[in-house]
Design a protein around this ligand. Structure first.
Ligand code: NAP
Length: 438
């Protein structure tokens, strides 16, 4: 019998568990450990609440979670409740599938002013992440600046723009829905430090901005290269750029909000007296390597909220080699040290789609198969973990416990919404019948 611990129950974690099951059948026991009492990581806390079809992939993970040789072990924090060395002593292989839930800093002056939030925090707030449910972002001003030209920037701009009715069928948490309904933000500036050809936005997500009931996108014709140059782009990117070019056809009449695309706009610093009041931006041009080069020309965007959407980092774990510049674990194609592996965003950084994690999971399972054949059968696995956690008074949340939380969230959902999430760990534990007093 092989014993494997997967740390993190998001897409990378469950695709790895699924791949190990396919490889070993009943000959492997897998514990999927998560800090949260609820599973699915990015699917629950990252994917936008109005993109329910993307969240449907959780059904596939549920099937894995409910199989005999896979167990969800929620409410267990690595580094606090148990160390990596202890896990390596108990399991033949430990896979870090911890994602990238931390914001990458912008590294500009004024970043710490009240009113500046990272996308991990902002997205966590509207998705009910317990770490960010108290964020209360400033929505009582006139303008917001969203820094970055990726899909997260699009999510943030769209969420700031939608009406209450447009959130029907979503699982946006009640506190965010109520706050957004009374938001006075009418101008949302989406800043790219490079141009339309360099965006990291996919067509479906970009296209949604053309169909908002109370907001219209706005682009400057002068920011675009000649249309003929679009032929040089790969097809997906070409589609995105075509959508951008068509934004001027969206009629802004009767729409109270504008989503302004500012290209070639590099944030220099954030200014304000005790809170964000303006963002100072430098105009850029592309250098020969296609990077953003400052032109020295600056302008300011008066704003009350700044959301940085410029990428994420994996949280470091004591004793595990880490690449701070990349924000991921130091690894060789997924191998970190004997018995220790990483997968998904923890391995390669925050890129790709949810589906990219599937081949990643298969890859790490194959590495484990290559490495483990000689040494399997000596580790204690699951009973050892249970004994250690019980001795430390750690109440684990099982998948059946999660199903109680899930049922309670469904029972209290708004009309048409799949769930109203609990946003505090104590509330989640209470639904699972755990007092959570440790
Ligand atoms: P991303 O796609 O890597 O985009 C990050 C953006 O931030 C880029 O435009 C980048 O510009 C910019 N940036 C980085 N550092 C900057 C700085 N210091 N100043 C100004 N701009 C800076 O990251 P993401 O949007 O966080 O998305 C993460 C991953 O999740 C992506 O793979 C994304 O596609 C995926 N995702 C998918 C969906 C969906 O499919 N619906 C939704 C959300 C996220 P440069 O290009 O110039 O570096």
């Amino acid at each position: 019998m092989r014993h494997v611990a997967v740390i993190g129950s998001g897409p990378a974690g469950y695709y790895s568990a699924e791949a190990l099951q396919k490889l070993y059948g009943a000959d492997v026991m897998i514990d999927v450990i998560d800090r949260m009492p609820v599973p699915y990581g990015l699917i629950r806390f990252g994917v936008a609440p109005d993109h329910q079809s993307i969240k449907a992939v959780a059904k596939r993970y549920e099937k894995v979670a409910l199989s005999d040789n896979v167990r969800f072990v929620g409410n267990v924090t690595i580094g606090k409740d148990i160390s990596i060395d202890e896990l390596l002593g108990l399991y033949d292989a430990v896979i870090l599938a911890t994602g990238a839930p931390l914001d990458r800093p912008a590294g500009i002056e004024g970043e710490d002013l009240p009113g500046v939030v990272g996308s991990a925090a902002f997205v966590g707030w509207y998705n009910g992440h317990p770490d960010f449910s108290e964020l209360a972002p400033r929505l009582d001003g006139k303008a917001a600046a969203v820094i970055g030209n990726g899909n997260v920037a699009l999510d943030v701009a769209r969420i700031l723009s939608k009406t209450r009715e447009e959130f029907a069928g979503s699982d946006i948490v009640g506190h965010a829905l109520d706050a957004l309904q009374v938001s006075t933000i009418s101008d949302i500036y989406v800043l790219g430090r490079r141009g339309p050809h360099q965006i990291a936005m996919t067509p479906k997500e970009l296209g949604e901005l053309a169909h908002l009931s109370n907001a219209a996108p706005e682009v400057e014709a002068g920011d675009f290269p000649p249309e003929l140059d679009d032929a040089l782009l790969e097809p997906g990117q070409r589609k995105s750029v075509t959508i951008l070019r068509e934004f001027p056809a969206v009629d802004p009449a009767g729409k109270a909000k504008t989503i302004h695309f500012d290209f070639f706009a590099k944030p220099l610093r954030i200014e304000g007296d005790g809170r964000v009041e303006r963002l100072i931006v430098e105009k850029t041009m592309l250098d020969e390597q296609g990077r953003a080069a400052g032109t020295g020309e600056t302008y300011e965007i008066p704003c009350d909220l700044v959301v940085t959407c410029i990428g994420y980092r994996t949280p470091p774990i004591e004793g595990v080699p880490y690449e701070p510049d990349q924000g991921r674990f130091a690894n060789d194609e997924g191998r970190i040290a004997p018995g220790l592996y990483c997968v998904g965003w923890a391995r390669r950084g925050p890129s790709g789609t949810i589906g990219t994690n599937r081949p990643d999971g298969i890859g790490v399972a194959e590495l484990i198969a290559e490495d483990l054949e000689a040494i399997v059968g000596r580790k204690e696995g699951r009973p050892g973990l249970d004994r250690l956690l019980a001795a430390r008074g750690v109440d684990i949340v099982t998948f059946r416990d999660w199903q109680k939380i899930e049922a309670a969230e469904a029972a209290r959902a708004r009309d048409g919404s799949p769930r109203e999430k609990f946003t505090a760990i104590a509330e989640m534990l209470a639904q699972a019948g755990i007092s959570g007093t440790r």
